[in-house]
Ligand binder design. Structure first.
Ligand SMILES: NC(=O)c1ccc[n+]([C@@H]2O[C@H](COP(=O)([O-])OP(=O)(O)OC[C@H]3O[C@@H](n4cnc5c(N)ncnc54)[C@H](O)[C@@H]3O)[C@@H](O)[C@H]2O)c1
Length: 252
């Protein structure tokens, strides 16, 4: 669908890839609402693009539902969601001190998977009410990670959550196809964002050395450009797209 004039919610839009997506879509004429945590830079980012900031913790599932309703009411509809809020922990399945605790596993699943599904299901209900444009009513874009496929040691909870986000794309696309709503995910490799800004250069170089080209961290704008391409191209649907410079990891 055309980006110009569309109503967009970017969840995690205060920083990194979400912020770049919010800025690019606004630049291309979309009306953008930004969801992010209280105390994030969401307000400044929203002001910079003529949008509105909604403070919310996506693991408050009911609160997210109410916030999405308020944003859609103010926007006057919803065509596109981009969900980037997420993050992980480093913990192995078993160490000398015992098995992976379930609490931290569950919290990574809640933040990445349940929150993403919560937003997707609610967004779909709003999008279904749109007048179709070339038979299309909406686009849902979620964020996986190459960790979903690469099996890196110590990433078991994050891998489980991101693999589920990748796996849901085709099922949701089929569930929502008759309503003209598309569902995709993007699986980035290492990108230079708020999440990774603390990674020392030496470690970052190590983490990108197996990329084919370019051997560097991705830039948030490169994620945003794929978001824009997804919105504009109706033949893209039901899949998780790797955005990784041809990167494949060894076990460590
Ligand atoms: N940066 C990378 O190398 C990389 C690689 C693969 C996947 N990812 C994924 O990309 C997504 C975007 O991350 P980023 O790198 O742009 O990081 P980032 O830290 O720059 O941005 C993430 C934003 O999400 C917000 N957020 C986090 N938890 C939230 C919550 N509970 N409620 C509301 N907002 C919340 C943060 O406040 C932040 O503004 C994440 O899902 C991450 O797992 C990142």
């Amino acid at each position: 669908m055309e980006i110009n004039g569309k109503k967009v919610v970017v969840i995690g839009g205060a920083s990194g890839m979400g912020r770049a997506s919010a800025e690019l879509l606004a630049e291309r004429g979309a009306q953008v609402a930004i969801f992010d945590r209280e105390g994030s830079d969401g307000k400044q980012v929203a002001e910079g693009i003529g949008g509105t900031f909604y403070p919310v913790d996506v693991t408050d599932f009911k609160g997210t539902e109410e916030t999405l309703q308020a944003a859609v009411d103010k926007l006057g509809g919803l065509h596109v969601t981009v969900t980037t809020a997420g993050g992980g922990i480093a913990k192995r399945t078993l160490t000398k001190s015992g098995p992976h605790d379930l609490e931290s596993f569950q919290s990574v699943i809640d933040l990445n998977l349940i929150a993403t599904f919560n937003i997707s299901r609610l967004a779909a209900a709003h999008m279904a009410k749109n007048e179709p444009e070339d038979e299309e009513r909406g686009v849902i874009i979620n964020t996986a990670s190459i960790a979903a496929f690469e099996g890196q040691i110590g990433q078991v909870a994050y891998t489980a959550a991101k693999a589920a986000i990748a796996g849901m794309c085709l099922t949701m696309a089929r569930d929502l196809g008759s309503m003209g709503i598309r569902v995709l995910a993007i699986a980035p490799s290492l990108f230079l964002t708020g999440l990774t800004s603390m990674v020392p250069d030496e470690m970052a170089n190590q983490l990108v050395k197996d990329a084919a080209f370019p051997k560097r961290m991705g830039r948030p704008i490169e994620y945003a450009k794929l978001v824009a391409a997804i919105v504009e191209n109706p033949m893209l649907n039901g899949q998780c797209l790797r955005l990784d410079a041809g990167q494949r990891f060894a076990p460590k």
